[in-house]
Design a protein around this ligand. Structure first.
Ligand code: SF4
Length: 366
């Protein structure tokens, strides 16, 4: 039987770093390979986090790089090949070239289970590869399965789905499971409602049913006789992630820590909400101001990329963004938004910025 590889990508952000720790502690017998994709443009704190993790995990973290053999670092290599055309949310060549393609090359044709750190308090799906030899699993969520697996399971032939209930120990809940499986999906009772109802009947039992269903497919886990995460009922949320990082001694990257500032007689706090390239076009205006004030040398480097009409932001260049009156306006707007937001006691992430975590490049920020 082909051996399945278990892999976990470390983006440099808090969620994937904590996931590596969580998996090592909770599933020490799973032989997980850790990897990170280096764009060459991360903050120093990210590189430090990777070093700390290596020590904690007691294992190497494979560094994947696009454009291997180039004399330029990966981002600059591809920027040159794209004729200086900066990536944007509409044209995200950076994610493809610097993250996804190196990852797909790394796993090749092997059967792979890839663990992804989407938290239980997030409402988004992670990156799901189009390659059939790669299967994503989400250990932080009650529903550990990817959207495509769930969809196929819920659309499985009813007779066959009911037959699955004979292969899994469901005890007294068996009739209830069959009732839910038989329920028709309608616009009012959608796939999500049906999945939630199954999970409410029993998380473990639902997992075992889906695992049995997988044996009728070509997903990597179809080749396994057992999978320890079937018994997992944990739901890991943002505070848990910070706790895991702190308690392990790996620590939280310092760019998440709030920094005080004052504008127009009012106090505010800013930080960075994401890992990834320091010039990432997904960052909010206040994060650009943070970069300018906390890492002026990196801001200057980001400015130098803006030429030939290409900017990181659609509406203004980075040189325009740091005019004193513009910084004042960005900070004041941000303070207003902070005042309106529900206060969060955490010493880390900004309440408003935190909403942006799920935006954009899932492969980069998880
Ligand atoms: S962090 Fe941003 S700029 Fe860097 S690869 Fe990801 S999306 Fe692109």
């Amino acid at each position: 039987m082909a051996k399945i590889r278990h892999v976990l990508g470390i983006s440099g952000g808090k969620d994937s770093a904590a996931l590596a720790i969580y998996m090592k502690d909770k599933y020490p017998n799973l032989d997980i390979e850790y990897y990170t994709s280096d764009t060459g443009k991360e903050l120093d704190e990210t590189y430090q986090l990777i070093e700390n993790l290596k020590i904690y995990l007691g294992k190497p973290i494979q560094i994947l790089k696009g454009a291997e053999g180039s004399h330029l670092d990966p981002f600059d290599h591809f920027l040159q090949s794209y004729g200086g055309y900066l990536p944007s949310s509409m044209s995200r060549w950076c994610t493809k070239k610097l993250k996804l393609e190196p990852f797909e090359k790394y796993v090749g044709e092997d059967l792979v289970v890839s663990y992804v750190g989407i938290r239980g308090d997030e409402d988004r799906e992670g990156y799901i590869s189009r390659r059939t030899n790669i299967q994503s699993i989400f250990p932080y969520r009650q529903n550990i399965w990817s959207e495509d697996v769930v969809l196929k399971f819920l659309n499985f032939d009813l007779e066959k789905a009911v037959a699955l209930t004979d292969t899994v120990y469901l005890g007294k809940k068996k009739a209830d499971f069959i009732d839910v499986l038989a329920k028709e999906v309608t616009p009012k009772y959608n796939q999500q409602s049906k999945l939630s109802e199954l999970l409410n009947q029993g998380v473990k039992e639902t997992n075992y049913l889906i695992f049995e269903f997988l044996k009728t497919t070509s997903y990597p886990l179809a080749k396994e006789s057992d999978f320890p995460l079937l018994d997992n009922e944990d739901v890991i949320v943002r505070d848990d992630v910070f706790r895991i990082l702190e308690e392990s001694g790996v620590g939280v990257p310092s760019y998440y820590k709030k920094v005080d500032f004052e504008e127009g007689g009012k106090k505010g706090q800013y930080s960075r909400s994401r890992s990834g390239c320091y010039f990432c076009f997904f960052q909010q205006k206040i994060e650009w101001v943070w970069l300018y004030e906390q890492h002026p040398e990196l801001y200057q480097k980001a400015v130098e990329y803006e030429k030939d009409g290409y900017n990181w932001n659609q509406k203004e260049s980075l040189s325009e963004l740091i005019r004193p009156e513009r910084i004042k306006q960005i900070k004041e707007d941000y303070i207003k938004r902070q005042e309106q937001a529900t206060p969060i006691k955490s010493q880390y992430l900004l309440d408003i910025l935190d909403d942006s975590e799920g935006e954009g490049c899932a492969a980069c920020f998880i």
